[in-house]
Structure formats: structure tokens, C-alpha cells
Design a protein around this ligand. Structure first.
Ligand SMILES: [Zn+2]
Length: 267
């Protein structure tokens, strides 16, 4: 049978194909996030809460993303190989520490640059010290922390998915607050900062959360996430949810460094 003699049939076939394309576009499969909780240095007691929180966020996302976990060296080997990474849209280092035994760290960085997402919470910046490409990708490196303290967080971007849920421009949190090295405001888009040093209270602009592009990749980092109570707080969950959705490319947000004079944080 030829469509030449049955133009109406040809049109029907075309419309059918078109509507199939449309319905496929509507029903996008969930994106896949690999949550890594392996530690080679300090192991945070909040890791089980972090794992439960990421699972709850995936459930709350209503099909936007699912989570899988790499909790052991063996799971890192099998789930972070260059071949296995092709099955994920983002990797989330949730309180990782030290030199993680991933199969090929250069290939992992190349995977991020190719347009995938990286999310880091708290001691994700206490990971891969000395591996400069990772530190540069993340945008900052843990240096030290003092005693837990109440600090005032300042929202830097009230429109970004990771920070738009904050109703006030400032809020207080009791947390273990990281001090950084290898951090430069000109390389990141600020999301949360402090206007005083967490311990000395010296004025300045001290980073707490930021995002940046690593070539085509999207990198979101929050220094918060030491205490169980932080992971369990509705505000932190919304902060993380927005950061994850932004890193996945599911929600839009500015990622350019803010064009204004910044005082270099003096930790
Ligand atoms: Zn900590």
C-alpha cells in the first residue's frame, strides 16, 4: 500500500508519530543521582541521616530524580567506573572524606565537565586534598573548623533554586562551620555567606554555599551538613533539593560570579 493514494492515511500516520514524540517528552524518566558516603578520614555520625534525607528528597521530587548509593569501596569501584557513570546524571558526595578509591578520578572529572552534575555537602570539601582538579572543580578546600557555633547566614541569591525557599535574607544556624583555603569568589556564584568570621567575628565575606560551572557541568556545594539536626531541618532539605535540581539541570539558576567588589575571606 502506498501513501501516494491514501493521503489521509499518511497524515494519520504522521500525527500518530508526532503525538508519540510529545507523550514521550511529557513522561521523562527520572534522573539518577549517585550518593557517595564512603569516608577515608573522619566519619560523620550524621551520614545515616544524610542517606535518609537524600532518599526522602528523591521521593519528594515526584519522579524528577531517584537516588542510588555507594557506601563501600566495592560499590565505589562498580558504580563510579567510567562505564557505570554513564548511567547517572549527578554524583553527590555526602560527607565524604579523604582519598576515595574511585576507579579513575580523572575520568570522573571529565564526566562532570561533559555536562553532568556534582553536589557536595559539608566534608565533600575535606575530600581529595592534594588532587588539584577536584579542588578546582569544587571551588574550595576545607582548611579547619572551630567549635560549633551559631552564625548568621546571608542569602546571596534569592532567586536560585537552592536559596529561593529562604523567606528571610538572613537566618541563624548552630553548626560546625568550615573555614576554607583555595577559595576565590571570582570563581563561584555565591549562594550563602557570613558577614563575620565564625569564630573571631572579624568582618568579611565568608562563604557557606555556592555553585559554579565546570565547563558544561554544574557544581553545587554547601558547607552545612555536620549536625543531624541540620540534615533534618526543612530549610536545609529545601536548600539541598534546589541545589540537586539545579545540578541536574532540571531548574534554572544563575551560576556566574557576582560582579561586585568582594573582600577576600581571611580565615
Ligand atoms: Zn563536620
Amino acid at each position: 500500500m502506498s501513501y501516494k493514494f491514501f493521503p489521509a492515511l499518511a497524515l494519520t500516520a504522521l500525527l500518530g508519530a508526532f503525538s508519540t514524540v510529545l507523550s514521550n517528552a511529557e513522561a521523562k524518566p527520572p534522573k539518577r543521582v549517585l550518593v557517595v558516603t564512603v569516608t577515608k578520614g573522619f566519619r560523620h555520625g550524621s551520614i545515616p541521616v544524610a542517606e535518609a534525607t537524600t532518599k526522602a528528597l528523591a521521593d519528594e521530587s515526584k519522579g524528577k530524580f531517584t537516588v542510588d548509593y555507594a557506601r563501600t569501596d566495592e560499590e565505589l569501584q562498580s558504580k563510579m567506573s567510567p562505564a557505570a557513570l554513564k548511567g547517572y546524571d549527578a554524583v553527590f558526595f555526602a560527607n565524604t572524606t579523604g582519598d576515595l578509591p574511585i576507579p579513575d578520578r580523572d575520568a570522573f572529572l571529565a564526566w562532570v565537565r561533559a555536562g553532568h552534575g556534582f553536589i557536595g555537602a559539608h566534608s565533600a570539601s575535606d575530600t581529595f586534598h592534594g588532587y588539584q582538579p577536584y579542588i578546582a572543580m569544587l571551588g574550595g578546600e576545607f582548611r579547619t573548623h572551630g567549635p560549633q557555633v551559631t552564625v548568621t547566614c546571608v542569602v546571596e541569591d534569592a532567586k536560585h533554586p537552592a536559596t529561593k525557599s529562604f523567606e528571610q535574607n538572613t537566618f541563624d544556624v548552630y553548626e560546625e562551620i568550615y573555614e576554607f583555603k583555595n577559595f576565590d569568589w571570582n570563581r563561584v556564584h555565591g549562594l550563602l555567606r557570613m558577614n563575620a568570621h565564625p569564630q573571631t567575628k572579624a568582618p568579611g565575606e565568608y562563604p557557606l554555599a555556592w555553585c559554579r560551572r565546570e565547563e558544561k557541568g554544574r557544581v553545587f556545594y554547601t558547607a552545612l551538613g555536620h549536625r543531624d539536626e541540620v540534615w533534618q531541618s526543612p530549610w536545609f532539605r529545601k536548600h539541598l533539593m534546589g541545589g540537586i535540581l539545579w545540578a541536574l539541570g532540571s531548574e534554572k539558576g544563575d551560576d556566574k560570579p557576582q560582579q561586585r567588589e568582594r573582600s577576600t575571606p581571611r580565615f
